[in-house]
Design a protein around this ligand. Structure first.
Ligand code: FES
Length: 105
């Protein structure tokens, strides 16, 4: 299992806010919302749209291509046209540092 990787400072990302990152050669979206951090793949399961460019509303991140929404807490596909979940990764905060552990497919 991969190790946790330091990816950002808490103070760098507003709440609500999101940022695209590369962690262990994987493109992901780190989301800060409700005082918590979450991390999901930057890939919409409908047709590969870049979720980092989508609109964040509460815990829902909408794909900018056709509007499918995903729950940033667990990667669940919430609305059509996506029917499959995207992958969610482990996140923890130590002091002012946000760390992510990439989940294998
Ligand atoms: S590629 Fe994301 S909704 Fe179609």
């Amino acid at each position: 299992m991969p190790d946790f990787v330091a990816v950002a400072k808490v103070s760098e990302l507003p709440d609500p806010g999101k940022i695209m990152l590369e962690v262990d050669e994987r493109i992901v979206v780190l989301v800060h919302v409700g005082g918590e951090f979450h991390c999901i793949d930057d890939v919409c399961t409908h047709d590969g749209g870049p979720l980092a460019g989508g609109e964040l509303c509460g815990y829902e991140l909408a794909c900018p291509r056709h509007g499918a929404k995903f729950d940033v807490r667990n990667g669940s596909a919430l609305t059509m046209p996506a029917t499959e979940d995207t992958l969610a990764h482990e996140v923890k905060v130590e002091g002012d540092t946000v760390l992510v552990r990439i989940k294998d497919d």
